[in-house]
Design a protein around this ligand. Structure first.
Ligand SMILES: [Zn+2]
Length: 146
């Protein structure tokens, strides 16, 4: 397991699994870029990536690079460790981020908000993405307040 840091949910407990739908997301993450698939028929962003559009069931997407900034839509502060070995990680913030560049088109992302006092986090806070490279193949997206 990677080094445990207060406020940072460790990646090995949520090891991502890439498939044909999600590989472009992880490839971009390794380069420090946030991309999302947008339906070529109706314009809906589909995050997390899926084989079919939520809005119209179309299976054609274009990958769009997003600015990597956004707004906290909702959040929770996890104070109780999910496992005994996570005692040093709590409290941490899990949030749903409304991504800039996608308003009205359905892209929100669930992520850990790091490098902050969890007691200061509020709905509406502006955040920016940061990528935590945890292996040769994965960089985990997290957010920090701006
Ligand atoms: Zn669609």
């Amino acid at each position: 397991m990677a080094e445990l840091r207060p406020g940072v949910f460790p990646a090995p407990l949520q090891d991502p699994y890439a498939d044909d739908c999600t590989q472009p997301f992880w490839d971009a993450a390794l380069e420090g870029r946030l991309v999302a698939p947008r339906c070529t028929r109706c314009g809906t962003f589909v995050l997390p990536p899926q084989p079919y559009c939520f809005g119209c069931q179309h299976d054609g997407f274009e990958w769009v690079e997003l600015p990597g900034t956004g707004t906290i839509y909702t959040f929770t502060v996890v104070r109780h460790p999910l496992a005994p070995q996570l005692a040093d990680v709590v409290p941490y913030v899990g949030a749903v981020i409304e991504l800039d560049g996608t308003q009205g088109a359905g892209a929100r992302m669930t992520a850990n908000v790091v490098d902050c006092d969890p007691e200061t986090v509020q709905i509406g806070d502006k955040v920016e993405i940061t990528f935590d490279q945890v292996s040769d193949t994965y960089a985990i997206p997290r957010f920090r307040k701006v």
